[in-house]
Ligand binder design. Structure first.
Ligand code: ADP
Ligand code: MG
Length: 612
């Protein structure tokens, strides 16, 4: 019988390797930038077109390559970085597998220009699908420039599975930052479709973070420094009151290489425990230096996972160093731990506590349609209960009870029982709050439990949506304009939602990446603009991958979830009945905008069954 085993042709082997190493345009960006760093560059420029689908170009001013190396570098297992297996454990460079360029050249059209500083001429080379079609001397600047065009041109399955430009760009930006962040002594730039996205001049570590994230980070960061025999730790952590709702700003680097480590992340979370609420994430930018021999970076093809020899000690050192820093810089908890995340967390902790002022509207008449409409239209009395206007006559809201029944019936819950139920006047005031979280109320057919936060979230969300749709947001001018400094990307994001923000009542002037807010929605007048904007942008980033949520919805969700009364907030009887009334005036009173249940219904039948 004939032998059937053959060696795979190189181009096929390369394509298979590419499947592991190059998952998307961002992977190319990472590999090219890492090579540029290993080449000793002091300036690295990234240019992309169409989220890297059309072009990814990395230009450096590093050591360049010889005529022969320019050809060799595209061979599989071609590397200048290790010569023997034991060097694998003493890595000081980023590369070592020698398969990135070979992989890239097997699935794209690649142009390379490279020149060593002490040579007169450089080399240019064109390679596509692993075939070299041009290789000749040329005049070019010192260093190396690689253009990768039409990525995955010969792997349609891969190409078709790429996400939207927005998503792919987000991945590229993330890779770019992961490489640029620890290399603060190198100048980096990034351009996308002709626009400069980042320009990061060489500087110290803090300057690098500030040029990435914006000037406002200057006062948000707390330094961390610790040197032990196992690890030298440096970097910054974010102040707890600036913690974000997205996991985004969490960076660990080991020997200047970005790593993912759920285990070490846990150490940081522990250091912050009791300082931030559960649904918030601390920001951190931590750089660890360890003996290259004590880690194994070879366990993952894209090298974001690292195995430490002394993992447990590093965990303990991290946790205590971060705790120390938070203590030393007197970052005290400013939060109410019973509450979910709220804008109030961002409010200046030094602001004096003001006695709540409760205004009572003695002329309130719940049957007056206009007033009711106003209440339902976001003129929330509960949003800031401290300064609210509550109806004074709680005893005569029968109409709303009728609507409660109507709404309950139309949404098909307990329909049979409810339809038959006549209102029992004596029962209408049996509403009370349990554990400052839920509203419990009986109806003739049983009882309902309402989640107060979700109920208010729904009410406010509907109001904001209505304001955007009817273009009738209420604006309030600010005596002292509020200034918000943004990073370049955040600034662009904000521009994309400018229309909606204006409709809601924001007015602002732009200057560089700073916005001066001169008016904002009147319902948000107690919340600092910087916090509203930060949360809005956060929510946009969280929803970036989700094409199902429109900007309008994202804005309404963000503002409503940020301002709704929290669990743990004690409500007085009038606030309770007001909340219930307004909830049942909403088209969908059963579910909050995030899809979570607002109401649980129990019938007497349910109760009886329980006693059987
Ligand atoms: P690795 O980085 O793992 O060695 P690569 O395929 O990424 O493998 O690169 C192969 C080789 O090509 C590198 O070892 C290096 O010698 C050379 N090389 C790649 N990019 C550059 C660059 N920008 N400047 C100088 N040499 C480079
Ligand atoms: Mg490499």
């Amino acid at each position: 019988m004939a032998d059937i085993i053959q060696l795979l042709p190189d181009n096929v082997a390369n394509q298979i390797a590419a499947g592991e190493v190059i998952q998307r345009p961002a992977s190319v960006v990472k590999e090219l930038m890492e090579n540029a760093i290993d080449a000793g560059s002091t300036q690295i420029d990234l240019v992309i077109k169409d989220a890297g689908k059309t072009l990814i170009q990395v230009t450096d001013n590093g050591g360049g390559m010889t005529y022969t190396d320019a050809r060799m570098c595209f061979e599989r297992h071609a590397t200048s970085k290790i010569k023997s297996a034991d060097q694998l454990f003493q890595l000081t460079t980023k590369g070592f597998r020698g398969e990135a360029l070979a992989s890239i050249a097997s699935i794209a059209h690649v142009d390379l220009k490279t020149k060593m500083p002490d040579e007169d001429l450089g080399t240019q080379l064109h390679i596509e699908g692993s075939n070299v079609t041009e290789h000749e001397p040329c005049a070019c600047p010192d260093g190396t420039s690689i253009q990768v065009k039409n990525l995955f041109f010969n792997v349609p399955a891969r190409r078709n599975f790429l996400k939207s430009d927005q998503v792919e760009t987000k991945h590229i930006v993330e890779e770019f930052l992961r490489v640029a962040m620890p290399h603060n002594d190198i100048t980096f730039s990034m351009h996308h479709n002709g626009d400069e996205v980042y320009f990061l001049p060489a500087g110290n570590r803090k300057q690098r973070l500030i040029s990435i994230f914006g000037k406002q980070y200057d006062e948000r960061l707390v330094p961390v420094d610790e040197e032990t025999t196992i690890v030298k730790l440096s970097g910054y952590v974010g102040k707890p009151d600036k913690a974000k709702k997205t996991r985004g700003e969490q960076y660990f680097f080991v020997n200047n290489r970005f790593i993912k480590s759920p285990y070490l992340n846990h150490a940081i979370n522990n250091a912050y425990s009791e300082l931030i609420s559960k649904d918030h994430f601390p920001s951190y930018f931590l750089f660890m230096e360890v003996d290259p021999q004590s880690i194994d970076v070879n366990i993952h093809p894209t090298k974001t996972e690292v195995k430490f020899e002394e993992e447990k000690s590093i965990y303990a050192i991290l946790q205590s160093a971060v705790r120390n820093s938070l203590g030393k810089f007197n970052v005290m908890p400013t939060l109410d731990f019973n509450q979910e995340a709220t804008f109030s967390e961002f409010i200046d902790p030094n602001r004096p506590v003001v006695e709540p002022e409760i205004k009572i509207d003695t002329t309130y008449n719940p049957f007056e349609k206009e007033k009711q409409a106003k209440l339902n239209n976001g003129g929330s009395s509960i949003r800031h209960a401290e300064r609210s206007t509550f109806p004074s006559n709680p005893s005569t809201n029968t109409q709303n009870w009728e609507s409660l029944h109507e709404v309950t019936r139309s949404s098909g819950v307990n329909s049979e029982q409810t339809v038959e139920t006549d209102l029992n006047q004596s029962e209408q005031r049996k509403m009370f709050q349990i554990s400052d979280k839920y509203i419990f109320t009986s109806i003739k057919s049983g009882y309902v439990v309402i989640d107060q936060y979700r109920a208010h979230y729904r009410i406010l969300y509907d109001a904001f949506i209505q304001q955007i749709e009817h273009r009738n947001g209420e604006s309030q001018g600010l005596i002292f304009p509020e200034t918000v400094e943004l990073s370049k990307t955040d600034f662009k994001l904000l521009n994309a939602i400018e229309d909606e923000l204006k409709i809601l009542g924001f007015a602002y002037q732009k200057e560089d990446y700073t916005i001066n807010i001169t008016a904002k929605p009147s319902s948000l007048d107690e919340v600092p603009s910087a916090d509203i904007i930060a949360q809005l942008l956060d929510n946009f980033k969280m929803n970036a991958d989700n094409n199902n949520v429109s900007p309008k919805e994202t804005i309404a969700r963000s503002l409503a979830s940020g301002t709704a009364i929290r669990k743990g907030k004690k409500l007085n009887p009038q606030e309770i009945s007001d909340l219930v009334d307004r909830l049942f005036a909403c088209e969908d009173s059963q579910y909050a905008p995030n899809g979570k249940k607002i109401i649980i219904n129990f019938t007497f039948e349910d109760i009886e069954k329980q006693f059987n």
